[in-house]
Every structure is written in structure tokens, then in C-alpha cells.
Write a protein that binds this ligand. Structure first.
Ligand code: FEO
Length: 156
């Protein structure tokens, strides 16, 4: 079983995205935010699966998606500040990736009342794919630059 397959858990009792130590950047503030983001994504997915047919369904799905997307935006902002402060050379490309993701999420949040459960689950899978690829690969690119910057800042 490869890393990606091992992280997909599709039962109602388990997390959709299983936090994996390989996600870690070694930068505590970033790692805490990533873990929280994964938990929020799981909350959204669990509500999609477990509350179908209830009066609260749309409200819960909307609220958990909204919380997840807002937290992602806050995390991106903090990450981007650190990338700018440390002069990370891949900043523009990384920010573009954040912006494209935010736009897709905002569109889905805006239309959540009109989309079917199947479409919402498809979107949850997109969230999983994106978070997996971004945290496990793209975010890793800034680690040396940010760590050096944070170490220098701490030693001043
Ligand atoms: Fe941790 Fe680039 O998001």
C-alpha cells in the first residue's frame, strides 16, 4: 500500500485524511496549522457522510466547509508572510497555488445549497487530493529557507 492509498479512509468511523508524520515540515507553527486543517477537512467529510437525510444536514455541511475554507485562508496568509520575510524564491508560484485553491473553495461554498451530495463528496475528494499534494510536496519546498530564516531570527 503506498502512502497516498494508506491515507484514504472511506468509512464513517475513520478520518478521511489520516494525519501522517510525513506531512511534517519541522516548523511547529506550520505543522500545528496543517494538522488542524486536516481535522477540519475531516469534520466536513464526516458531516457529508453521517448526517444525510437530517434537517441539519445542509447547515452542518455548509458550516464545516466554511470553517475549513476560512482556516485554510488564515493559514495561507501566515505561510505567505513567512515566505516573504524569508525571501523564499518560490513565493509567487506557491501563492498562485493557494489562490487557485481558495477560488475553487469559495465557489463551492457559495453554491453549496445547490449542489448534490454526490457533488459535495466529489469536492471533499478534491480537498483531500489538494491538501495531500500541497502539504506533502509543495509546502516541503520552503522548509530550508524558512527554517534558516526562523533560526536566524531567534538568534538575534
Ligand atoms: Fe501549508 Fe502552502 O499551505
Amino acid at each position: 500500500m503506498n502512502l497516498k492509498t494508506s491515507m484514504i479512509q472511506s468509512t464513517e468511523k475513520t478520518d478521511f485524511i489520516k494525519w501522517n508524520p510525513s506531512y511534517k515540515t519541522g516548523i511547529p507553527v506550520i505543522d500545528e496549522q496543517h494538522e488542524h486543517l486536516v481535522n477540519l477537512c475531516n469534520d466536513f467529510y464526516k458531516n457529508l457522510l453521517t448526517n444525510k437525510g437530517t434537517d441539519e444536514y445542509k447547515k452542518l455541511v455548509k458550516e464545516t466547509l466554511d470553517t475549513c475554507v476560512k482556516y485554510a485562508a488564515t493559514h495561507f496568509q501566515e505561510e505567505e508572510k513567512l515566505m516573504i520575510a524569508s525571501n523564499f524564491s518560490g513565493y509567487n508560484e506557491h501563492k498562485h497555488s493557494h489562490d487557485v485553491f481558495k477560488e475553487k473553495c469559495q465557489d463551492t461554498c457559495f453554491n453549496i445549497d445547490d449542489i448534490s451530495v454526490a457533488e459535495a463528496i466529489k469536492f471533499a475528494k478534491f480537498l483531500y487530493e489538494w491538501i495531500h499534494n500541497h502539504i506533502a510536496h509543495e509546502d516541503k519546498l520552503y522548509i530550508p529557507t524558512l527554517k534558516k530564516f526562523l533560526q536566524e531570527r531567534a538568534s538575534k
